[in-house]
Ligand binder design. Structure first.
Ligand SMILES: N[C@@H](CCC(=O)N[C@@H](CS)C(=O)NCC(=O)O)C(=O)O
Length: 213
């Protein structure tokens, strides 16, 4: 099999999700950094591959896949070892709901282009953009803590990592990077601590990636 290529950026939380999933599935891949700081994601060359101009993108099995959750779903079906979504309908819905609480209701409100647009288009200051970021974290994480608590174990659901943990760990990293406190979420922090003991999660951490020159 040709080695998959991940169009990646070390600090991107959406790309971090896919790195974790690739590692959990034991897939060897090449990381190609798309430097978001200089706008490489908006270049004609990159948009010709991914019209949304976002990372991650994964070239695998002759496909060019975009959207981290779709990529993770592909990997879960393609490599059924260590399933990331439980088989039963109700458990599946619960794990997907936790993942969506991050992927749909926290992350898109707080990503780089949204924060930049608030400043460039509407004249908001950096402090106001930071307050916006903090607001959506402080709305989203308490809800996720309450959703997870009844069925959590060592991880957000039970005692093994699922897709919900794959999304949680990058989101917590991102919140801390923006200096938002995440100390009040014992279930989330327990899952994070246990996840980071696994090499699949640890090796995906931004500090262990190449940094574009
Ligand atoms: N829903 C997309 C989100 C992708 C996304 O927002 N990626 C960010 C990095 S985390 C990005 O490429 N940002 C570039 C920009 O804002 O210009 C996914 O899950 O893949």
């Amino acid at each position: 099999m040709t080695r998959p290529i991940l169009y990646d950026y070390f600090r991107s939380s959406a790309a971090y999700r896919v790195r974790i999933a690739l590692n959990l599935k034991g897939v060897d891949y090449e990381s190609r950094q798309v430097d978001l700081r200089v706008g490489d994601q908006r270049s004609d060359a990159y948009r010709a591959l991914n019209p949304q101009g976002l990372v991650p993108m994964l070239e695998i099995d002759g496909h060019r896949l975009t959207q981290s959750v779709a990529i993770i779903n592909y990997l879960d079906l393609r490599y059924p070892n260590q399933p990331l979504i439980p088989a039963s309908a109700a458990e599946r819905a619960h794990v997907v709901a936790m993942a969506m609480a991050i992927a749909c209701d926290i992350h898109p409100l707080n990503n780089l282009r949204v924060l930049n647009y608030l400043k460039s288009e509407f004249g908001h200051s950096q402090e106001e953009a930071d307050a916006w970021y903090t607001h959506w974290i402080n709305e989203g994480l308490p809800a996720l803590e309450a959703m997870a608590k009844p069925q959590a174990g060592a991880f957000l659901f039970g005692n093994g990592p699922t897709g919900a943990d794959v999304l949680l760990i990058p989101q917590l990293y991102n919140a801390r990077r923006f200096k938002v406190a995440v100390d009040d979420y014992p279930t989330l922090l327990r899952a994070e601590e246990n996840a980071n003991k696994l090499e699949a999660f640890a090796a995906a951490h931004p500090d262990r990636q190449q940094v574009p020159a």
